[in-house]
Design a protein around this ligand. Sequence first.
Ligand code: GLU
Length: 484
Amino acid sequence: MTTKIRTRFAPSPTGFLHIGGARTTLYNWLYARRHKGDFILRIEDTDEVRSTDDSVTAILDSVKWLGLDWDEGPKDGKTDTGPYSPYFQMQRVPVYRKYLDQLVAEGKAYRCYCTKDELDEFRRVAQLEKRPPRYPGKCRALSAAQRQELEAQGKKFSIRFKMPVDGATIVDDAIRGKVSFENNLQQDLVIWKTTDGPTYNFCCVIDDHLMGMTHVVRGDEHLSNTPSQIQIYYALGWTPPKFAHLSMILGPDGSKLSKRHGATSVLEYRDQGYLPHTMRNYLALLGWSNTESQQLFTDEDLISKFDLEGCQKSPATFDTVKLNWMNGEYIRQTPVKELIELAKPFLEKAGLWGAKGPALERVIALEHEKYKLLSEIPTLIEFFYKPVVFDPKAFEKVLKAPGAKDVLLGLADALQELTPFEEKPLEARIRQFVTEKGLKNGQVFHPIRVATTGRTEGPTLFLMLEIMGKDMVVSRLKDAAGKL
Ligand code: GLU
């Protein structure tokens, strides 16, 4: 029987879910879905100072918005579901304490009484001597009597894991291959803090083991933690999972992606009007590719093709132009009814949801080809529902042109008589008007557009007029003429 694949996303709730975290979530999800395994969400809230409930909520909202469902983990900010519950690390402290006691009893971890000042000093000297700033092991070999004495003085202690002093730890990484770390360059990591709480590196190992993770796919900033984590597995008599460390994401200027490059939080992308499907597809390609260099994927396609072998070792560059292109593609592929649902928050915010006027479905369909972001939709269609706001330049140039007023009034009369008020008859009647008056197309088409929309650019003219309907068109032509 083969083992069921189990992957996880294990965020520390110390901020929003950023693009890198979203990609990690996606890859874990894709891998689990591809292999009919389980995808688990676990909240690593051991940093009591920086972890916040708001961050948990923002992360859960982000993962949900991305459309990545989890099989086990939080139901909301406090409760969870699954056979290994709880999935919030601070609710699991007794579990960690048990393994801590075991390591200490076996002499694989020790109490360290060094103060912050002493540790700072070690670091300073190491820096001066150009050595890695690792803990020099001062408390590693204290006797029971020495410990008692220090504790009698009221000294507080943390607990450090004893790294082997010689040899190397090999991380057999699914993306990077075998990476060797010399043990004598590794820290004796603090696994339990002076404040009497566990640390990330310790909890992560215990949970990944107890929760049956087969694969740990995460950002490469954690590669350097992995040798210590592997040694903790060994010390507890466990087999480590398979690791895969994803390459860094860079901004267009080649530096690590950050706020300077624009939005980094997933919810900002939501609020800017990207589709969840775009984000899934785009992020999948940010560090992974398949042999055919395919760009557009359905979810089924992605699930069936995603593998860790296709993940790149070198950094990936975030490219907003490609992201926008892809979003436009997916907006075009989305049926109008669905698009309206997706655009609902933007339409509501603009006061266009449920507004009196032409059917939203027809209006939105009119410029379906053009939208790159959902957030652009309200601006492009608002003149169907709100009083015309004239672009001052267009008003000056087009409506104040000689003869424009007569054109508007003449057209208002002509169109008042037109039935049916539909695209083809509208075109025929307006062209006839052009000929009758001996004008050029532009002398008529431009004033109509500006009078009815306030703008010089917009949807295809005659169909737009049909959708506006006779009453709106005629009254707008008259109103504009009245302003001249
Ligand atoms: N809690 C860690 C973080 O948010 C995750 C580390 C891991 O995936 O092992 O960076």
